[in-house]
Design a protein. Structure first.
Length: 270
């Protein structure tokens, strides 16, 4: 029997992998009690996230909101949105911190024209799309930064700014909270210049082929796991404050933000 696929790879730095494993075990046990079949006993950490999202046997994964409404539109089914107890998150919404070094004299985003920026990857909502939207009104349709480095992760972007390899970056709020807890030496060198606008947080998704029965089971399992007192330590390790179902159409705000930057003549962070 081929097992289905589960991944919690969006916030899965090494220090919290054990907590994510326990979180999945709690969810999986609840799914089994509801008769869901072929439940994986472990999270898939062996493949790129895009390959996991594309797997027709995907049972549950977390996805960035930007690809959900762009290249992955119509290819995944929305399940729910986790709520996080960190600065910058309000209910199901989240945003990015725009961070610079503590000793940098710049006081506003305008002061960073001609400076060095870092992004985690072009397809990131918090690291690129929201950052682009913040810069677009200032860019005047022209390149704004002298250099843009793609780092591969929010943590790597923060480290690069802290080490004076870049001057500014937009860091997802949960990623920053995890960095602050586990690498305080990095965040101690950074200050928050400002915040991007808010959009719905990273959604939990399943394959389009997942049945309505199993979708309902996923939502029920997540709901009870999010309120179980016995799992409070796991949720605390992951900053999870709850799970909520929102209208999937709320994620379209992300593409409207992208379109606004494009109309301003700033389609890419440059």
């Amino acid at each position: 029997m081929t097992l289905r696929v589960a991944s919690l790879g969006m916030y899965d730095r090494p220090e919290v992998q054990a907590a994510n494993d326990r979180w999945w075990t709690a969810i999986a046990g609840r799914l089994a009690a509801q008769g869901v079949e072929r439940i994986p006993d472990r999270l898939d950490r062996g493949r790129p996230l895009a390959a996991i999202w594309d797997d027709p046997d995907l049972l549950l994964a977390q996805c960035c909101g930007y690809p959900l409404v762009t290249v992955w539109r119509g290819r995944l089914r929305y399940v729910a949105t986790p709520l996080y107890d960190v600065a910058g998150c309000e209910g199901s919404d989240h945003r990015s911190r725009i961070v610079v070094r503590c000793d940098d004299p710049g006081e506003t985003l305008s002061d960073f024209r001609g400076r060095r920026a870092a992004i985690n990857e072009p397809g990131s909502n918090t690291g690129t799309n929201l950052f682009r939207a913040a810069v677009a009104p200032l860019a005047g349709g022209q390149p704004f930064f002298a250099d843009v480095t793609e780092t591969g992760s929010h943590a790597a972007s923060a480290r690069l700014v802290a080490a004076d390899g870049a001057d500014i970056a937009a860091i997802d709020t949960v990623s920053f909270a995890l960095l602050d807890r586990h690498e305080p030496g990095v965040t101690a060198k950074l200050r928050t210049l400002g915040w991007t606008e808010a959009v719905p947080g990273l959604p939990l998704v399943t394959s389009r082929s997942t049945s309505r029965r199993d979708l309902a089971a996923l939502r029920a399992a997540l709901g009870t796991a999010a309120t179980d007192p016995a799992l409070a330590d796991i949720r605390s390790a992951l900053f999870i404050a709850g799970v909520e179902q929102i209208r999937p159409a709320r994620y379209d705000r992300i593409v409207r933000i992208e379109a606004r930057a494009q109309r301003a003549g700033y389609p890419t962070v440059v």
